[in-house]
Ligand binder design. Structure first.
Ligand code: IPE
Ligand code: IPE
Ligand code: MG
Length: 257
């Protein structure tokens, strides 16, 4: 805990003390299982339970968006069996959870290159998104076969198409036009990034969108990350002063008017 008292602490310049959008790298499932002499897959299974709990916590706290990194573009490099089990777990969790998510007014969105997935999984994803699209509560974004570099490349390709077909001048390309084609377009930018499992790296998660995000790393392994651990992360976030390039004095003055 920081020595600074919470009530004295400057809060974020934009959003009060709670983040609007939390983005999480759910890491440490394999080590969690290994510690228990279980196959890695059991860690992934336990991790799904943590996802369920985290969705509940975010909905209760009225956080607007929760983005979870489930499978990276680089995770295909894992042993074939682990990849297959991960995809199967993804399909079964989708099938099982959609009804409950829908009842809880959650909007589900899957981001990433889904063209690499088996046809049945692509179908499952489309159905899940369609079922929940009219909801108005928490937006749950699952990043699957996602890479931050992939996202920027596919947005660039879309811009190039617009230029090639005369809908856009290359001189009109700016941050806003590129952003329009990125996977999280229309959502508030992530303002709290959490990575469990002790590694302090971004591993090709949201590269563009993390520009001004507050970073939080914890040793806790994902299956052990519970409501209390989440509260510690939220508390750390609430004590940070977000300056977005300005000075601390400027931010404080703005908050006092
Ligand atoms: C994260 O846990 C889940 C996925 C990448 C799918 P890991 O499987 O990376 O767990 P560790 O890092 O080996 O403990
Ligand atoms: C990042 O975790 C990807 C997901 C959590 C889905 P990894 O465990 O794959 O990351 P690295 O390889 O240790 O950087
Ligand atoms: Mg890992």
């Amino acid at each position: 805990m920081s020595a600074r008292k919470t009530e004295d602490a400057p809060t974020t310049a934009t959003s009060g003390s709670l983040p609007r959008h939390v983005a999480i790298i759910m890491d440490g499932n394999g080590r969690w299982a290994k510690k228990r002499f279980m196959p890695r897959f059991m860690g992934h299974k336990a991790g799904v339970e943590t996802v369920r709990a985290m969705v509940r916590h975010c909905a209760e706290k009225k956080i607007e968006v929760l983005t979870l990194f489930a499978f990276s573009s680089e995770n295909w490099r894992r042993p074939e069996k682990e990849v297959r089990l991960l995809l199967e777990l993804f399909v079964s969790a989708l099938k099982r959870e959609v009804k409950r998510l829908n009842e809880n007014n959650v909007v589900l969105k899957i981001v990433g290159d889904r063209s690499a997935f088996p046809e049945a999984l692509q179908q499952e994803i489309a159905t899940a998104e369609a079922t929940t699209s009219a909801n108005t509560g928490l937006q749950l974004v699952i990043a699957a076969n996602y890479g931050g570099r992939w996202d920027i490349v596919q947005a660039t390709r879309a811009l190039a198409d617009e230029v090639a077909t005369g809908r856009l001048e290359s001189s009109q390309i700016d941050e806003e036009s590129l952003d329009r084609h990125l996977s999280l377009y229309g959502m508030p930018e992530p303002d709290l990034f959490i990575r469990t499992g002790g590694e302090e790296r971004v591993s090709n998660f949201l590269l563009w969108q993390l520009a001004y995000c507050e970073m939080y790393f914890t040793e806790t392994l994902w299956p052990d990350f519970d409501g209390d651990a989440f509260d510690v992360a939220l508390n750390s976030f609430s004590q940070r002063q977000r300056r977005f390039g300005r000075t601390g004095d400027q931010v404080e003055q703005e908050q006092n008017v």
